[in-house]
Structure formats: C-alpha cells, structure tokens
Ligand binder design. Structure first.
Ligand code: 3PG
Ligand code: MG
Length: 378
C-alpha cells in the first residue's frame, strides 16, 4: 500500500482527503467523536508537511438524496473544535477558500455509491494529491474512496495504514496463543470470521445470541431466545469442523423479555426454559473466557456477549471487556458494537488497537480484499 511518504514533497500542495466521519448524532450533535479524533494524526502530519489546503470528503448515514438530518454540519463543528480552527462546510465539491474545507455528505451526490467516475472527476479538482484515511469505509467501492484514487497521486493516511497493518498481522503473524472472541446476534454475520479463526486461532470463544443456533444444534432448549433459523445448518457445520478449539458459554443470564425491567434469572447450564430468553453469558463463562484471554499472546474481539445495552444483561460483555483490557498480550477490538461496549465501560484506551471499522475490519479478518485498500496498492 502506498503511504504518505510515497507522496513526496507536499509543500504548498492541495490535498483532498477521504475520512470516515460516520459518527452517531445525538440531538443534532456528535455523540461519539472517536472516528473524528482518529483522523487527526493524518491531518496534523499533512500540516507538518506544509500542505496549503486540505479538503475533506466524508459520508454520514445512508441518505436518499439531500437529507438535512444527515448534514455534516455537526461533524465540521466538532472537527473545528478539535483542530482549533474553523472548518468550512461547502454544499458542492467545488473549489472554495479556507485552509480546511469539508464538502457536504458525499452520499448527497448521485453516483457516489455507484463509484461514478464523473463525480470522482469533480472531487479530483479539489486536490493535487489524494489521501484516503477512511478505513471504516474501505469495504465499499464508492466514488470518493475508489474511483477518485485512480485519478490523482494517492496514498493511505496514517489511520488506514495502521488499521490494515494491525489487522493483517493478526492473520499472518500473531503472537501465540491467538484467542478470538466472537459475539453478536447472528451467526450468519460472523461465519466468515469464525471460519477464518478456526483456521488460524488457537481458541475461539463464542458469545451473544449467535450461540443459540449452536445450542439448538446440540439439542439444548433455547426457549424464546433469539435463535436465527438460517444459522442452524452453518452452526452444525462449524461444530463438526471445529473440534475443541471452539468454546461456547457454560451458563447464562435469562430474562422474560428484552427489557431492562424484566424478571431476571441466572441458570447454570445453557438450557433456556419456555417463556424465557437467554440475554447474557453467566459468571462461570466470564471466568473461563477471562482465563483464556489472560494467557493469550494476541486477542481479537468482535461482538458483544449479550444485550449489554440493558443493565441486567451487561455483566458478560463487561467482564470480557475488562479481561481484554487487563490482558498482557496484544489486544485488538473490531469496531461496531464491541467498540461501543468498550467505550461505554470506559476501557477504550486500554487496548492495543480499537478499530474504527465495523464491516471493514470483519471483511479484512475474513481474508477479503477491501476495494478502498486495493486501489492504493503499489
Ligand atoms: C460504517 O459506519 O460502517 C462505515 O462508515 C460504512 O458505512 P456504510 O455501512 O453505510 O457503508
Ligand atoms: Mg456499516
């Protein structure tokens, strides 16, 4: 992958940079600025290299046309605070005054998500060189991160570079033992990751509602638990192939409903009675998983252990998060829900690498080629 050093002398040049500022908004303000902060090292480095102007391209949500609720205005304001200088937001990808300019949500423009070249040519007028730091969007082939990269001298920013190097190392040269923790609601979303780790990891710890197709396949009662029907066959296949690398929970926290005020019980074992749903892993599971994590050379974690957004069912995810934070080995957390959980527990800065990519980090771990990375290849 080409990196900033490959761009040569940047003095006086205009840079057009793609970033992933797809952040949650709360009451019209940025709810979590992790992704904005993560792009700062690249912006500061470009400044040090003497660039004259930076124009930022970013998307927010999945608008159909120009949706004012998905304007980047709150994002430009937050970035301005972090940079200590105002960031000018412009409606169209057209040259504008200002040393840091942000173009409105690129998904407002027809053709962006179709990798349209005409649109990319408009973006290309905004810079002499192109820098892509949008790791979270690297699994998309869109105009602003793919077609555009072919039109200008282009390179990865520091965040994109670090994400790709860290995640690739887990696949190719991890410190062993490599322990993967895979959670979440649906086993079909995580099959590629499970399979990649069953090949490469020493231990794979599974949690979240994606366990129930496994338990059902083993003949357990799942009660009213979320149990993805399409997951049953894949779960059977994985169980047959996995041997003792794959570990499932040994106890559960169950509730009457997906609700913080519901009746709650702890069960030793994994059979869920009728009228109850499994909503978290139990303390014996947390202890066992924690022990595996403590002895790991490398830990990769993606996906919560239960419904951590509901207080009575947060202990499993919290316990695993604390074990990951305390682990002596290299710890890497995939983006999305597990990143949000880690931040919720205030542990975001206690892991080696917290990925800014959800889908992108999973696809990279699955061994897929990311279009936004490939296009920056040497
Ligand atoms: C994300 O938040 O997952 C990335 O920014 C990509 O967004 P998308 O899934 O809407 O393409
Ligand atoms: Mg996504």
């Amino acid at each position: 992958m080409r990196t900033l050093d490959d761009l040569g002398d940047l003095h006086g040049k205009r840079v057009v940079a793609r970033v992933d500022f797809n952040v949650p908004l709360v009451n019209g303000e940025v709810g979590d600025d992790t992704r904005i902060r993560a792009a700062l090292p690249t912006l500061f480095r470009l400044r040090e290299r003497g660039v004259a102007k930076i124009t930022l391209l970013a998307h927010l949500g999945r608008p159909k046309g120009k949706d004012p609720a998905l304007s980047l205005a709150p994002v430009a304001a937050r970035l301005g605070e972090l940079l200590g200088e105002s960031v000018r937001l412009v409606d169209e990808p057209e040259p504008a005054d200002g040393s840091v300019v942000m173009v409105e949500n690129v998904r407002f423009f027809a053709g962006e998500t179709k990798d349209d070249e005409e649109l990319a040519r408009r973006y290309a007028q905004l810079g002499d060189v192109y820098v892509d730091d949008a790791f979270g969007a690297a699994h998309r082939a869109h105009s602003s991160n793919h077609a555009l990269a072919k039109l200008l001298p282009s390179a990865a920013g520091l965040l994109l570079q670090q994400e790709v190097e860290t995640l690739t190392k887990i696949l190719e040269a991890p410190e062993r033992p490599l322990v993967a923790i895979v959670g979440g609601a649906k086993v079909t979303d995580k099959l590629g990751v499970l399979e990649a780790f069953l090949d490469r990891a020493d231990t794979v710890l599974v949690g979240g509602a994606m366990c129930f197709p496994f338990f059902k396949a083993q003949g357990h009662e799942v009660g009213a638990s979320l149990c993805e029907e399409e997951g049953l066959e894949p779960a059977k296949r994985v169980l047959e192939a996995a041997g003792d690398k794959l570990r499932l929970p040994v106890d559960l926290v169950i509730g009457r409903a997906f609700d913080a005020d519901t009746e709650v019980r702890q069960v030793d074992g994994v059979d869920v009675p009728d009228g109850w749903m499994g909503l978290d892993v139990g303390p014996r599971t947390v202890a066992a998983y924690g022990e595996a994590v403590a002895g790991a050379g490398t830990v990769f974690w993606n996906g919560p252990m239960g419904a951590f957004e509901l207080a009575p069912f947060a202990a499993g995810t919290r316990g695993v998060a604390e074990a990951v934070a305390a682990a002596a080995g290299t710890t890497v957390v995939g983006g999305g829900d597990s990143a949000a959980a880690l931040q919720q527990f205030g542990l975001g800065d206690q892991v080696t690498h917290l990925s800014t990519g959800g889908g992108a980090s999973l696809e990279l771990i699955e061994g897929k080629t990311l279009p936004g990375v490939e296009v920056l290849g040497r």
